[in-house]
Design a protein around this ligand. Sequence first.
Ligand SMILES: [Cu+2]
Length: 128
Amino acid sequence: MFKTLLAILGVSCLITGLLIACGNGSNASIGPNPIHMNATNFLQTSITVKKGERITLIDDDLSVPHIIANGTWENGTVKPAREAGAPEINNVQINGNSSETIGPFPSAGTFKLYCTIHSGMNLTVVVQ
Ligand SMILES: [Cu+2]
């Protein structure tokens, strides 16, 4: 009886330890300056970061991908453009339920990103 109790206690400790380890692992996998996206847009229109930092785009939708590039949507029309000092973001695909880290942004300024799939899906990155 006592041995059985000890065994149960041991297994419980093992499971608890594994859960804690897994929790730490998933937190560490989220990159700097997270920006979430749903199926059709960024959940925030701009983000301010420090010079040299990166941003992390997180696709919270299970099935819809996003493809990110330098430029902006204006009244339903794509205006590809890369500002001086902007990192080249050349059709970076973020699949459903995953994330990609973009950058670094080496220069101060205001940089526009858009999704090539979703009309009006714009993000402004302000680097200070
Ligand atoms: Cu998109």
